[in-house]
Design a protein around this ligand. Structure first.
Ligand code: ADP
Length: 270
């Protein structure tokens, strides 16, 4: 059994329960890849260093961060320091892991999105000089060899731009989807600060428990706004890539993986 789990990067995300569960599961012989975000630490670094945080909503409603040259360096620092925090937490539980920095592992590649479109006040503006990217390819050899050594590979939300050799900010949820395909995962769990996809974001009882290929994807998409839109896009990509079990689940609970497997979140199955 091999699984991929993505944990959000928002500050206040509780690492403890996921890490103890991952540690216990790897000790039992399960294989897991851990993907993480970096948004919270990035926001804090920006505030500390006096860099403006600039979030942009595209005409199709996707929110993303504008990443200039300065932000690119800060994002890399934020991602790697959060990875180190995760690694130290796992080490404290007796579990070894390896941070997969694409600048050294050359496993995750991205195409730079130099231009961002910002929709605001009924108008679309073009922002140039952006340094985020979308995944162009993911080589699984190094990730697999880390897993085979009994370690947990930790994937930061970074992808190597083969043109410039720089690592770019990429979306962690979509990285998790690509990683799940690359390692042939049986399960992908995307954890965040909500119980899953809800019809009404203010009503946990409106949680959508199940989606399978007979359902209407468009209907599902109608419910997602803001950051959930991109999470759902990542699920769609994983679904299309043939990942058999995909869960959008709550990361704030004890044993979040077990809860997800038991169907506590939103479960998408082929
Ligand atoms: P993370 O940083 O943990 O990856 P995000 O903040 O990116 O998490 O995404 C989760 C957020 O998506 C929730 O906090 C919630 O505000 C938002 N959201 C938007 N629409 C929905 C929905 N239909 N169901 C659940 N959450 C939603």
């Amino acid at each position: 059994m091999i699984g991929v789990v993505k944990i959000g990067g928002a500050e206040g995300n509780k690492l403890g329960s996921l890490m103890s569960e991952l540690s216990a599961r790897t000790a039992r012989g399960e294989k897991w890849v851990l993907v993480h975000g970096a948004s919270g630490i990035m926001d804090r670094l920006c505030r500390e260093r006096g860099v403006e945080i600039r979030m942009v909503t595209s005409p199709s409603g996707y929110r993303s961060r504008y990443v200039g040259e300065r932000e690119r360096e800060l994002f890399r620092e934020a991602a790697l320091s959060y990875g180190k925090m995760i690694q130290d937490t796992l080490a404290g539980l007796g579990t070894s892991s390896e941070i997969m920095d694409p600048e050294t592992t050359e496993d995750v590649f991205a195409d730079r999105k130099d231009i961002l479109r910002e929709y605001s006040g009924g108008r679309t503006r073009i922002l140039r000089g952006n340094y985020s990217g979308t995944i162009s390819s993911l080589r699984s050899e190094k990730i697999n060899s880390v897993i085979d050594r009994g370690l947990i590979p930790i994937l930061p939300p970074l992808g190597l731009d083969s043109e410039s050799g720089l690592s770019l900010n990429i979306d962690g949820d979509r990285l998790a989807a690509s990683a799940a395909k690359a390692v042939n995962a049986d399960i992908l769990v995307i954890l965040s600060n909500v119980p899953g996809l809800m019809k009404d974001i203010n009503d946990p009882a409106s949680l959508i428990k199940k989606y399978s290929s007979e359902g209407s994807w468009e209907k599902l998409e109608e419910y997602a706004v803001g950051n959930m839109k991109r999470k759902l896009l990542a699920c769609r990509e994983a679904f299309d890539l043939g990942v058999p079990n995909i869960h959008l689940a709550d990361g704030r609970v004890p044993e979040p993986l077990k809860k997800a497997e038991m169907g506590d979140g939103t479960c998408l199955t082929l």
